[in-house]
Design a protein around this ligand. Structure first.
Ligand code: 5CA
Length: 447
């Protein structure tokens, strides 16, 4: 992409309505624009990151054996009356009446709709296990939408639903989700810690939230600091193996880590030596639930088991806050100059800065670099505007591309360009060909 032809409405001033750094930076970098309270338009740069995050979520869900689909945003109230949640959900649910006077709602989550699909099509234990998921917009009429995409009213969520013959099988699905989430967040450059939590309106006893530690987080958390040393890394876990998934769950959840709703000071003190006790704030980027037959029983989602009996299926649901993740990643990765995107989610792989637009040698070298990167399957953002070098650097630093290639007549006389890391600020002078090779290596396995 050439910046002269792109739509990147960066702001010079810091928007006064934004209270936390990720919200400020998303507005300043021209990623989002508020449409109304808690509802945002995704401008081209923000949309690129959103799609990258979505792509990682899809890849890891499919790797775990889960099946993508898509359900609508608007749902019929009748289904929610069957589960009993139409009344229970309260004012967070946006209720709509259509022209025929039918009660509809903008879905805050999809347990009812997926259970309806299941009961209409699945009747035998032979069709289980089954996990279906989608990535779709949700609406919750939050009383205090704030912090930009962190607590929106309309937000993008990945929600997955498992159907299993009994509790044991459903707990394997729960563990499988936990494993896949650890991989998902790490690919985005995030450490998200599973913590014991409260299940709220979704229901059930077994639930973990995934929290990214950050001062601006809305949740208060208590944990054993040893948990922050755990990394999932690039392990090959067999998602069908009950013992392998269980082992990962135990490794990541046996140490004390709870949100304030489930925190117990006496257990905390008994389990964790004083020097490792931490209380901090965190951003909830996902939650997994096992709730058994809470929906299948009232809604009649039953299957025939291997003894010929009709039994309600055991279910759980599993969410990732896709749009919230942009804010969480920025909270975890920025400096005073702007965003620092982890390579896995960056909107463009590298920026090309032409220090002297109009200089024939500099222009030709930038065009050559651009073409070579594209030929290797990378997506560069070429700042080809006739701006001062300082302004070009400031824009690149603000929008946070992890790598920058700086091209100027003086370097070209020596046959070199400058390759700079946004994170460390370190630069090296290399030939244009070597810069392309380095970038290809850096992104190998990260696209
Ligand atoms: N049905 C279940 C799991 S699929 C469910 O709705 N879970 S949830 O309520 O925990 O939401 C899943 C994730 O969506 C949360 O962990 C959070 O990251 C994100 N989320 C929830 N509310 C908002 C909001 N108002 N704005 C942005 N993201 C949100």
């Amino acid at each position: 992409m050439r910046l002269s032809r792109y739509f990147l409405p960066v702001l010079k001033e810091t928007p006064s309505e934004a209270q936390i750094v990720s919200h400020r930076l998303m507005l300043r970098a021209g990623m989002i624009k508020q449409a109304s309270a808690g509802i945002y338009s995704w401008l081209p740069l923000g949309y690129r990151v959103l799609r990258r995050i979505e792509q990682i979520v899809h890849e890891e869900q499919v790797r775990a054996g889960h099946i993508p689909m898509l359900m609508p945003t608007l749902q019929s109230a009748d289904l929610w009356r069957e589960s009993g949640r139409y009344e229970d959900y309260g004012e967070e649910m946006l209720r709509i009446t259509d022209r025929h006077g039918r009660d509809m709602l903008y879905g805050p989550t999809n347990e009812e709709l997926i259970t309806d699909i299941f009961r209409g099509h699945v009747g035998s234990y032979k069709d289980l296990p089954l996990t279906l998921y989608h990535i779709q917009w949700k609406f919750r009429d939050e009383i205090r939408p704030r912090f930009g995409v962190m607590r929106g009213r309309e937000f993008l969520m990945k929600d997955g639903y498992n159907f299993d013959i009994d509790k044991e099988a459903a707990l394997h699905a729960y563990n499988r989700h936990l494993v896949s989430y650890l991989r998902t967040y790490e690919r985005m450059g995030l450490q998200a810690i599973p913590m014991r939590a409260d299940s709220g309106p979704i229901g059930g006893d077994d639930t973990h939230e995934f929290l990214v530690l950050a001062e601006t987080g809305e949740s208060e958390v208590f944990y054993d600091s040893a948990i922050t040393d755990l990394r999932f890394g690039d392990r090959a876990v067999d998602y069908d193996s009950v013992t392998e998934c269980q082992a990962v769950l135990e490794e990541f959840t046996s140490r004390y880590a709870r949100t304030d709703e489930t925190h117990d000071e006496s257990v905390f003190h008994a389990q964790v030596p004083e020097e490792r006790r931490r209380s901090a704030r965190g951003i909830e980027v996902g939650q997994i639930f096992y709730f058994g037959t809470k929906y299948s029983e009232p809604m009649g989602a039953v299957v025939v088991n291997d003894r010929g009996e009709r039994v309600p299926v055991h279910m759980g649901s599993h969410g990732i806050g896709v749009s919230r993740l942009l804010g969480a990643i920025i909270e975890a990765s920025h400096d005073e100059r702007g965003i620092i995107w982890p390579e896995g989610v960056t909107p463009f792989h590298a920026g090309i800065v032409n220090l002297k637009q109009g200089d024939p040698a500099a222009d030709a070298a930038c065009e050559g670099l651009y073409a070579a990167l594209v030929a290797k399957g990378l997506e560069p953002l070429y700042d080809d505007r006739s701006e001062r070098a300082g302004a070009k650097f400031a824009t690149m630093d603000l929008i946070g591309l992890p790598w920058r290639v700086t091209v100027g007549p003086r370097g070209l006389e020596k046959g070199v360009v400058e390759l700079t890391s946004r994170r460390t600020g370190e630069s090296e002078e290399v030939s244009p060909e070597a810069a392309v090779e380095r970038l290809v290596q850096i992104y190998d396995g990260k696209r």
